[in-house]
Design a protein around this ligand. Sequence first.
Ligand code: ADP
Ligand code: MG
Length: 342
Amino acid sequence: TVPIALENCAKTFADGTRALEAVNLEIAAGETVVLLGPSGCGKTTTLRLIAGLEQPDVGGRVRFGADDVTALPIEKRNVGMVFQSYALFPNMTVAENIAYGLRLRRQSTAEQRARVGEMLALMRIERLAERSIDQLSGGQRQRVALARALAVQPRVLLLDEPLTALDAKLRDVLRFEIDSLLRELGITAIYVTHDQAEAMALGDRIVVMDHGRIAQVGAPREIYQQPASRYVAEFIGTMNRLSGHADGEVFHCAGGYVAWPALPAGAQEILFRPEDTRIAADGEAATLHGTVGAAFFCGNHVRLFVEVGEAQPLVLETPARREYRRGEPVALAVETHGLMVL
Ligand code: ADP
Ligand code: MG
């Protein structure tokens, strides 16, 4: 397992599509880095450059540790790959699928059998060894795909939206399993997703991408709490936004004002997360007033959309014990520690 470096990796496809601007990125040995961004932003292209399935434009380099692998084809890079669509061989059993890479490397039958056994145990799918692929559920297929990718002891594990095709519950279970697995193996892993919750759960660091560029790199908390741009702020979670003007420590806006000792002079917009927005307690000095635009009962809480006269309603979550009616007036308070200006 090795550190990975992308140096000036741009990618222009034959039809002229500019999929990546010159990307620079270093990934430490053993680290899990998540590439996050909307469809078409260049995540898969970045992963394919690392795998050796694509070549960067002239001047781009890919390094695995001290080795320059830019010119090496995929079969010489020793990478393990798992895709959204399982890409397993349907005419082989589970055990044969897992052994595939070992056979290509001309390992002895005994070595293959031992390694396949280890992988079946690691993924807890021993009882599926002799099944054919079409007898497996989606979750079982992804476990087999992971076992096959890891069987060859790759230097790096590349995962491209491996959970996207699965239903929500199973996604949750497998996310947990993949997280434990990556930590246990200590392997360098690059995980592609468009799902911000998945990115935050799995990544040691998240690389937020936007139109072929890196918008921000950082630990999940850092990206969430200190987004570098509005694009990042709004891609990761929900962001409330109020436009207005600063007057000393007071920001005046539609619906009222927000008092903030650290308010930058000249601020024309403030941002804050739903969890820093709440219904003012009885007797508390509320500074924002609006009306309920929608209230979604979510079981353990209510997700409230409050109209204060901005284009977008403010979003907050509040305990479900009280019911809210559309059009009902509500008074809000904002926690100043969560306020941002970008
Ligand atoms: P993501 O994985 O983030 O959805 P991709 O890396 O697949 O994005 O694609 C980035 C951009 O490159 C998109 O505009 C896509 O249409 C384009 N693209 C990807 N592969 C090719 C290709 N082989 N030829 C031309 N354009 C491509
Ligand atoms: Mg993709």
